[in-house]
Structures are given as structure tokens and as C-alpha cells.
Design a protein. Sequence first.
Length: 247
Amino acid sequence: MPSENRPAPYYPPYPPPPVTTRLRIFPVRTRGGTGCCCLDCLCDCGCCVLSCVLQIIFSILIFIGLIILVFWLIVHPHVLKFHTTDASLTQFSLSSNSTANSNNTLLFNLSLNFTVRNPNRHIGVYFDQIEINAYYHDQSFSTASLDPFYQGHKNKTDLGPVVFKGQSTLVVGSDLVSDYDGEKSNGVFEIDVTLHLKVRFKLGLFKTGRYKPKVECDLKIPLSGGNATSSSSSGQSFQATKCHYDL
């Protein structure tokens, strides 16, 4: 047969490409789980808000801690050093009717000298107020004050003389009478002195708020002068005493 009468070959069409289905998998949130994060807080998960708040608080605490650490490494602050360098007690006597559980008059004449040392290289101190109280057996018998001043870096300042002179009424119990007689016989009296301060610290141009530290000095002061008895005249002298600084 002639070739022109042959039917054309049949080629089937190509099959369509397969359809790819992309599945989006969401994290499953379970109770007590950690599937929440700050970017998902717009979802309906209440734990996300709590998680964000905790993360923010934790970040702030870390930031503050780093600031304090850097400040301490650079400045390396030290506490102030207080000493009672000298003390003179020429009169310290209770009235002759010193009986138990009665009010008695204490006559005193006490002079003290202090030093305060600022060991810091970068911090200055403003002493806005210095009030000094003298105690005998936890009873205050006199108060004095010093003028305000500024103390620079690595500096030592002498304070005094601070004079306590006069008379005061004390409530005398049996223990106080016994202790007073013993101290009078030995010629050395135990007198406590407390410095109540109002200070500000200066670092460069920055000044802190006002702090109210307390300095306590436990002193043993020999009696000298005309009021010293013959039994107590042992030639004792006052020993310089370190005070306790409590910020």
C-alpha cells in the first residue's frame, strides 16, 4: 500500500507533574512544657506571657549584676577606718549615795581624739553630720558634735579633741554599783563611744544619696589627775583602739 495512506503514530500525552503538598508542622504545647517563646505570645497560650516576663526579669538581674561587678573591679571600694588615738579622763565619779535602784549623779571630764582614714583611690566622702555619744553601762551620759567636712581620696583626717564635761543622772542598779567600784579600784573605766554619721560618697562627678552609718568604739580609759585614787595610780596609759564601722 502506498505510504501516504498509513495512519500517523499516536503518542500519549505526558502525565502531569506530581503535586507536592507542603505540610506546616506546629509545635505542640503541653502543660508544663517549654514550647512557648516570646514570638508566640500573640497566640492563645497564657504561659507565654509568664515566660516572657521571667526572661525579662532574669535579663535585668544579669545586667545589674554585671554593672555591679564591673564597678567593683574598677573602683574596688573599701570601708572607712576609724581609730580612737588618745583619751584623757580626769574626772569620773558617781555621787556618794550610790545605792542600788536609785538615780545618781555622774561627774565626768573626758577628752577624746579620733582619726578617720579613707583608703579608697577613687571615692571621696562628705561628712555632713557627726554626732558623738558617750555611754557608761549602756546609759548615755553626754553628747558632742563635730563640724562637717569633706575627705578626699587616700586621706587621713584627725578629729578632736572631743570634750565631754559636766554631770549627768544615771539609773544605778546593783550591777552598775559593783562594776563601778571595781573599775574605780583598778583605775580603768570601760566607756563606750558611738559616732552617728550622715555621709555621702563622691565618685568623679557622681554623688550618692545620704547614708547613716554608725561607728562604735569600746574604750578602756585610765583615770588620771586628782581624782585617781592611790590604789589605782599604776601609771597606766590609754592604748589606741580600733573602732567598728557599721554601714
